[in-house]
Design a protein around this ligand. Structure first.
Ligand code: NAD
Length: 281
């Protein structure tokens, strides 16, 4: 029977470690503050923002919430970011994505001071990851590395296949697995013979954005399967990109949805906030 990788428990463990770290940092007179900006009131974004606020409270990080109207202009948003970049009492700045269509996301990400870029999306953060220098790392792939390590899963020397090449999941995931000495393949929508490629994987990371697409035909017996996808099915129940019931019996370890990768993203965001205190103090 497959080991079920418990993202909820591992993220709780990380948050407790961070809580202790923050208490120690505070003893040195350093305060931590995360500014979270949301434009418009997309219900999913509001849930994510609320969860980030709760996590900050738990760990002892102050949070500033900016809830801006849907019709906020790009210039107004840029002005706010510039102001937060200058504020010495703000360590981290996060702009909740997606943004309304009239705002250029790329320009907004670039406007954030890289020393406060706790989402790890700024080109400077991505470049640092690429050449193995210190910098903020995108939270979801960083969380997956923690899930693997804390579950005792060896990465070095293993065949790692990622399905998906997005800037926030697939690409940084490839760089992180490479940094851990995995042998990395990135598959995507133009990959030929996808099943043959994914069946090579000792560790298969699925970030394809298609509900239950990955069935056991894509998975080598005994593989570790990490499911990044989050979807609501027709019964309003959460499911991932992996057909869990079909795949779980043949793999050695698997993340469930919910309760796998999802909780790790916030834990790693909190980790980046704590790191930012060192960068800005
Ligand atoms: P995306 O849509 O930006 O990228 C999907 C990738 O899958 C693309 O690179 C594409 O080439 C590839 N792809 C699409 N169809 C394919 C096919 N038929 N065969 C092979 N490859 C194919 O998505 P994303 O932002 O990387 O997110 C992926 C999933 O992960 C989504 O379900 C998203 O909701 C979820 N997600 C979860 C978290 C979390 O915290 N758990 C964080 C980010 C994203």
């Amino acid at each position: 029977m497959a080991q079920i990788i418990d993202g909820k428990a591992i993220s709780a463990q990380i948050k407790d470690e961070l809580k202790e770290k923050v208490a120690n940092i505070k003893k040195d007179g350093i305060t931590l503050c995360l500014a979270v900006i949301q434009v418009g009131n997309d219900p999913a974004s509001s849930v994510y923002v609320g969860n980030k606020k709760k996590a900050c409270e738990y760990i002892g990080i102050e949070s500033l919430a900016y809830e801006l109207e849907e019709n906020t202009t790009q210039e107004e948003l840029l002005d706010l970011i510039h102001e937060l970049n200058k504020r010495q009492d703000v360590n981290g700045i996060l702009v909740q994505l997606p943004l309304p269509k009239h705002i250029d996301e790329d320009m907004i990400i670039r406007a954030i001071d890289p020393s406060k870029d706790v989402d790890g999306f700024h080109p400077q953060s991505v470049g640092a990851l690429c050449i193995g220098q210190k910098g903020f790392i995108s939270c979801t792939p960083a969380g997956i590395i923690q899930l693997l390590k804390r579950s005792g899963i060896e990465i070095a020397g293993k065949e790692c296949v990622i399905i998906g090449r997005s800037n926030i999941v697939g690409k940084p995931m490839a760089l992180l697995l490479l940094r851990e000495n995995g042998t990395v393949t990135v598959a995507h929508s133009k990959t030929e013979n996808l099943k043959e490629v994914t069946k090579r994987a000792d560790i298969l990371v699925v970030a394809v954005g298609r509900p239950k697409m990955i069935t056991r035909e894509y998975v080598k017996e005994g593989a570790v399967v990490i499911d990044v996808g989050i979807h609501r099915n027709e019964n309003n129940k959460l499911c991932g990109d992996v057909d869990y019931d079909d795949v779980a019996p043949i793999c050695s370890a698997i993340t469930p949805v919910p309760g796998g990768v999802g909780p790790m993203t916030i834990a790693m965001l909190m980790n980046n906030c704590v790191e930012s205190a060192h960068l800005n103090s």
